[in-house]
Design a protein around this ligand. Structure first.
Ligand SMILES: Nc1ncnc2c1ncn2[C@@H]1O[C@H](COP(=O)(O)OP(=O)(O)O)[C@@H](O)[C@H]1O
Ligand SMILES: [Mg+2]
Length: 255
């Protein structure tokens, strides 16, 4: 089982859209996939059609009140399960910050999940901040996928998170963390800016930019309001096609 963090400290770059639709595409391709919503905004949870429920998140697990297996919910898609978020996850940050070695908390509580081998992939949707939940996710993860919006400040954004992982490595926090790849999102092939961002990313991070590129698509933006992944909402559109392509590439990169 592989644990993957979808992270970028910037908000609105397509983390949640990628977490939902990559997880959906992996499960469609036959992989047993678990999505862990670590953002108190709970967009991945509602985007997959679940209603928010107090106590139905990783929070009680993080504070030792419940087993991780008790928090797993089914979704409308076969082979795709979720550990939802709840608003109170904000309180979780504060509470675990008081524990000893708070950075290792998630890694520890997920141990039974890894041992159970009930899933092939755990996809973690991170909040848009460099807070304790994101650090926990990066410590627990085997791999990191960074979504990058096709915009002017894209490179600045990823240098921040790459610096963070470098510092974590130096502190021995998770030296094995592997950068799976950088995913260009909201790409508009008609604009020169999108093309420029792509070229720059490829020259800065050779071999790390996914060949799959996610186009800007109204359908991708609409799907969560119907509680559906793009594979359910618009299975034959460009958005679904791109996320299937990403899933195939992802599987070959995550070994
Ligand atoms: N490829 C895309 N095309 C159009 N809209 C998108 C696309 N990806 C994301 N969005 C929309 O942009 C907003 C931010 O995306 P989201 O995935 O929530 O980002 P993050 O989780 O990084 O904050 C959301 O409203 C989402 O529906
Ligand atoms: Mg999000």
């Amino acid at each position: 089982m592989k644990f993957i963090a979808i992270a970028n400290q910037k908000g609105g770059v397509g983390k949640t859209t990628t977490a939902i639709n990559l997880a959906a595409a992996l499960s469609e391709a036959g992989h047993r996939t678990l999505l862990l919503d670590l953002d108190p905004q709970a967009n991945a949870t509602t985007g997959l059609g679940l209603t928010l429920e107090d106590g139905a998140s990783i929070y009680p697990v993080m504070i030792g009140a419940r087993e991780v297996s008790a928090q797993i919910r089914a979704t409308t898609q076969e082979r795709l399960s979720i550990i939802p978020s709840e608003r109170d996850l904000v309180g979780c940050e504060i509470e675990i910050a008081r524990l000893d070695n708070p950075q290792y908390r998630l890694k520890e509580v997920l141990r039974p999940l890894r041992a159970s081998q009930s899933f092939d992939y755990l996809i973690m949707d991170c909040p848009p901040s460099l807070g304790i939940l994101m650090i926990n996710s990066l410590v627990a993860a085997d791999g990191l996928l960074i979504p990058v919006q096709s915009e002017f400040y894209a490179l600045e954004g990823i240098s921040k998170i790459l610096d963070l992982t470098k510092r974590m490595r130096e502190q021995g926090l998770n030296p094995e963390l592997n950068l799976i790849g950088v995913l260009l999102t909201m790409f508009d092939a008609r604009t020169r800016l999108s093309q420029q961002v792509l070229t720059e990313l490829q020259s800065h991070l050779p071999d790390k930019v996914f060949t799959a590129i996610i186009p800007r698509s109204i359908r991708l933006g609409e799907a969560p309001s119907f509680g559906q992944s793009i594979l359910q909402y618009d299975p034959h559109g460009l958005g679904a096609h791109s996320y299937r392509q990403l899933a195939a590439e992802f599987v070959t990169r995550v070994q």
